[in-house]
Design a binder for this molecule. Structure first.
Ligand SMILES: Nc1ncnc2c1ncn2[C@@H]1O[C@H](COP(=O)(O)OP(=O)(O)OP(=O)(O)O)[C@@H](O)[C@H]1O
Ligand SMILES: [Mg+2]
Length: 500
């Protein structure tokens, strides 16, 4: 049987970067193939080449044994390729049905009723349990993803590429996605699945290809590998999944939150505190007040009810700049809109928010050489994959962009660190790095508030844990007094009767 996809010696260069270096990649018909690799390894580039978004300098592509020359996503679709992007491309105001048929111009002859019938049939076949007359804006993230999948299937996709599909899902939604992927396989579809989570790969994939530095390192059958081996292939060294957290007595209270109302329609308030030398983790499914908490601490959202103090000084109504001067390092959850300018260089991004400070600024003049030195040091300390600090930020992979933000914030020697979803979308090496960095800051007696939808991360790093649900803290106590199960239940809004 011919291979569903065969990519031969694909080479794709960007200025100063060999994104794909003679990559051979093949996918069998009807398998779930996981594509792994560190941030910047070349995964998205390879898929964009396949999808006709990038033209490779060299190499050949065969679909079911036939050589193809795909020049655009439209042609890719015609050849049976579909892609579910991480950021959904749906129109919120329109219904599921309207979104699915949107742009299918040559199908105008078909009426809406007929489309509706066949889309419903398709949804039923895959057990999607979706109301196609519902507006997109009323759907959960998991449901929106189903719409994207349905859209590719309705356009006749035989091969579906998922670029980090689980990063935005709750644990329950991840399980449901697995069911869908298995169903797709049963129906003879071929799936390519990009992820950073090795346990996901081991759960769902039939075969796994690992890229490193633009080169293919290996393709493995799931039966012949395990998470440790995969980590080693990805990073080129052993990765320590366990962290060693030293017992430590916390110091003075650094952040204090009193009667703060996060969600205005709930009339619930929260109390929260962080001491020096401690990591306080806020667990919970995103959308339960996390963003409001983050923005209120930074002065980006007005506080209607309640008080926030930093080092015994009330900051409830001070400006963001004022707060940053009090040595808050801020790692925002929305790094694209809050942390960086993608069209600026790395250097310029490192200057952001600190342009008035020495040594970058002297007599109102930016000290170029100092900035360059500092930026190059961050690049080397944080292992940012880039030729130099003059590169545009948008040309870095997601993980490397995040390292630039961390480097900028932490190199300013903060007293308090607000880290919101700091490792989302990052590879295991970068996560290990950031976790160690947060632990070093704790060791160094800084106070850290970690807001994360990744329960494993919260449990691993925190001294104390608060569980946030619908704007309310369900429980806030020492990690050792929580069970994992209890946190999970609280995250879903269930009160736990017999607390341990
Ligand atoms: N349009 C572009 N211009 C310049 N360089 C680029 C461009 N797109 C990607 N690169 C570079 O190519 C390399 C591979 O990037 P790619 O986005 O394929 O990585 P990735 O494996 O998908 O990483 P991540 O896991 O972070 O998404 C990176 O070094 C990146 O900086
Ligand atoms: Mg990518």
């Amino acid at each position: 049987m011919p291979l569903a996809i065969e990519m031969k010696k694909i080479t794709k260069k960007f200025p100063g970067v060999m994104a794909n270096d003679k990559v051979n990649f093949n996918v069998e018909k009807g398998e779930i193939h996981s594509l792994l690799g560190e941030n910047g390894a070349g995964k998205t580039t390879l898929m964009n080449v396949l999808f006709g978004l990038y033209k490779p300098e060299d190499g050949e592509i065969f679909l079911e044994g036939e050589k193809v020359n795909i020049k655009s996503p439209k042609q890719a679709l015609e050849k049976g390729l579909g892609m579910v992007h991480q950021h959904f491309m749906l129109v919120n105001r329109m219904t599921v049905l309207e979104n699915i048929i949107l742009g299918m111009s040559n199908e105008l002859a078909l009426n809406k009723k007929e489309h509706k019938r066949s889309i419903n049939e398709l949804a039923e076949k895959y057990d999607f349990a979706i109301n196609i007359d519902e507006k997109i804006e009323n759907l959960s993230v998991g449901m929106k993803q189903r719409v994207e999948i349905l859209k590719t299937l309705y356009r006749g996709a035989e091969i579906i590429i998922f670029d980090e599909p689980t990063a935005v899902l709750t644990p329950g939604e991840v399980e449901e996605l697995y069911n869908i992927l298995n169903m797709l396989r049963e129906q003879g579809k071929t799936v390519i699945f990009i992820t950073h989570k090795l346990n996901e790969t081991m759960e769902i994939a039939d075969r796994i290809t690992v890229l490193r530095n633009g080169k293919k390192v290996s393709t493995e059958k799931k039966e012949n590998t395990n998470t440790n081996k995969l980590a080693q292939l990805m990073v080129g060294r052993e990765v320590d999944f366990e962290v060693d957290i030293k017992e430590k007595d916390p110091g003075n209270e650094i952040l204090k939150i009193k009667n703060l109302e996060l969600l205005s329609d709930r009339s619930e308030t929260i109390d929260l505190s962080v001491h020096q030398g401690e990591i306080v983790g806020v667990a919970g499914v995103e959308g339960n007040g996390q963003l409001e908490l983050e923005e209120m601490i930074m002065g980006l959202k007005k506080v209607e009810t309640g008080h926030i103090s930093l080092s015994n000084k009330e900051i409830t109504n001070t400006s963001t700049k004022e707060r940053k001067k009090m040595r808050i390092a801020y790692i925002p959850s929305d790094r694209h809109n809050r942390a960086v300018f993608k069209n600026f260089t790395i250097k310029e991004n490192i200057l952001l928010g600190y342009h008035y400070k020495s040594p970058f600024c002297k007599n109102h003049i930016i000290q170029e050489e100092k900035l360059r030195e500092h930026s190059e040091k961050i690049i080397s300390d944080y292992n940012v994959k880039t030729p130099n600090s003059g590169q545009l930020l948008k040309n870095l992979s997601g993980g490397n962009q995040q390292k630039v933000v961390l480097g900028r914030e932490v190199s300013q020697k903060p007293e308090f660190v607000l880290a919101a979803q700091p490792t989302r979308g990052l590879d295991i090496g970068a996560i290990e790095y950031i976790h160690n960095l947060l632990l070093d800051l704790r060791e160094d007696n800084k106070g850290i508030l970690l807001i994360s939808a990744d329960l494993n991360e919260v449990i691993k790093l925190s001294d104390r844990i608060a569980v946030l649900y619908e704007g309310k803290i369900m429980a806030f106590k020492d990690k050792k007094n929580f069970t994992r199960n209890e946190i999970g239940m609280l995250m879903a809004g269930e009160m736990v009767e017999n607390e341990v």
